[in-house]
Design a protein around this ligand. Structure first.
Ligand code: SF4
Length: 442
């Protein structure tokens, strides 16, 4: 097994969220919001932690609901949180990105979509070239909700597919036909939503290279602009629903690598660029352009071309990122609602970034995005001496022979080393410990 079986974080933040602690609270978040420079562009993430049906493979913090009452009450809390944030928000702030994720944001009915949008835009107007993306569940969308999302200003849709194979779908507790997925996509295209992302998962039970190839071909027939191909993390001790998934049906680490390679080759053959460790994009897509120009960044949603310094997270368990540190809202919906109702922000934990965190985080982000470290560029981005970065990365090639090579500007991960990128990033993680790691590196 060796390196293939290593369990390491996905580094959507540094330190990873499982290292956040209780020392950060509402007063820190409030101070960090007040410190945003007037007239800045920021990003906003809105978390909707409800689903009609709970899929067994999913480790998201979300709750099942058969009725809309708890969802509408939760949106009341989101709107109250927006009002609380607005009290401290400096003047002239505009949104470069708005993302609704979950859970299932499309569980919101048209009236609730309109109500939430009005509350957001009253405080956070869109910048002229802003993007508004929504995670769409094809099983949980209809014409009226599509119309409401378009009316709200949605510009990008992200559609969960996982895998189209019926046996795999049954085994992971999420059944979603190709026909229903295509209907959702046709509905989005008919409304001129030009930018479509599809999320797939590899490493699922009973997945084989042939089945993966078949699912990728079906995804390609839908012509998405981007595809995210995430590795399934089987962590039943953390996500109890996953105990319903037979662990003996899971592919081995070597088979996982084959599954990823099968998909990667097919996307490349069809003209998609490989973006970072797990994304593919058409060459003209914003993410592909950002990657080609060295502007790719990483945030809690994965890869992004957004360069905003501040990402505000609204809702239960949502994480905010500031230059000073990270702040996470209370993960339990009831406790989140209680705190907001009491008139305080709902931050329950986080992390204040030290200069060493920023340096390590910068190295990890550049490795994850660009597969290389350009010493001068990173030094300018972080405001540190190039010699300090050169010193930190000097031993990587010796620690991972054949996976890293020296270049004129720094170091580069070789083709052979690319599947190990997370392990190379992990080398710079000062908080790393085996018990804390929870996701396979491949
Ligand atoms: S996969 Fe989507 S619909 Fe299924 S439980 Fe997770 S968030 Fe909910």
């Amino acid at each position: 097994m060796g390196l293939f079986d290593a369990r390491v974080p996905r580094y959507t933040s540094y330190p990873p969220a499982n290292h956040f602690a209780g020392g950060v609270g509402p007063s820190d978040t409030d101070a960090w919001i007040r410190a945003i420079p007037e007239g800045s562009r920021i990003s906003l993430y809105v978390h909707i932690p409800f689903c009609r049906h709970l899929c067994w493979f999913c480790a998201c913090r979300t709750q099942g609901t058969a009725t809309m009452a708890p969802v509408r009450s939760y949106v009341d809390s989101l709107i109250a949180e927006i009002v609380l944030v607005a009290r401290s928000l400096p003047a002239g702030i505009a949104l470069s990105r708005l993302h609704w994720g979950g859970g299932t944001p499309t569980i919101l009915d048209p009236q609730t979509i309109a109500r939430l949008t009005a509350a957001i835009s009253a405080v956070f107007p869109f910048a002229p070239d802003a993007e508004f993306s929504v995670e769409i569940d094809p099983n949980e969308i209809d014409e009226a909700r599509l119309d409401a999302l378009v009316e709200a200003g949605m510009t990008r849709a992200s559609i969960g597919v996982q895998d189209f194979d019926p046996e795999i779908q049954k085994t992971i507790g999420r059944e979603q036909s190709f026909a229903i997925t295509k209907t959702a996509i046709d509905g989005l295209r008919a409304r001129d939503i030009g930018s479509l992302n599809i999320d797939m998962v590899y490493g699922l039970p009973w997945q084989t290279s042939d089945r993966m190839a078949d699912s990728v071909q079906r995804v390609l027939s839908l012509n998405p602009d981007r595809v995210a191909l995430y590795g399934y993390a089987h962590v039943p001790w953390m996500a109890r629903r996953q105990t319903l998934i037979p662990s003996d049906a899971l592919p081995t680490p070597e088979e996982r690598l084959d599954l990823f390679e099968t998909a990667r080759r097919l996307f490349a053959w069809d003209g998609y660029r490989t973006i970072g460790i797990d994304h593919f994009a058409r060459r003209e897509d914003g993410l592909a352009v950002a990657a080609a120009e060295g502007r790719l960044r990483r945030n809690f949603q994965g890869y992004t071309d957004d360069t905003a310094e501040v990402l505000l997270g609204l809702g239960a368990s949502a994480i905010s990122r500031f230059p000073q540190g990270h702040a996470q809202n209370h993960p339990a919906t009831s406790e989140y609602r209680k705190r907001i109702a009491a008139g305080t922000l709902a931050t329950s934990r986080g992390h204040v970034l030290s200069p060493d965190d920023r340096l390590r985080g910068g190295i990890i982000e550049m490795l994850m995005c660009d597969f290389r470290i350009d010493v001068a560029t990173l030094a300018a981005r972080l405001g540190v001496a190039p010699a300090e970065i050169a010193r930190r990365i000097a031993g990587l090639g010796d620690a991972f022979p054949g996976m890293v090579e020296k270049t004129d500007t720094g170091i580069e991960i070789t083709e052979a080393g690319r599947p190990m990128t997370r392990i190379l990033a992990h080398h710079f993680d000062a908080y790393a410990s085996p018990e804390m790691s929870h996701s396979r590196a491949i």
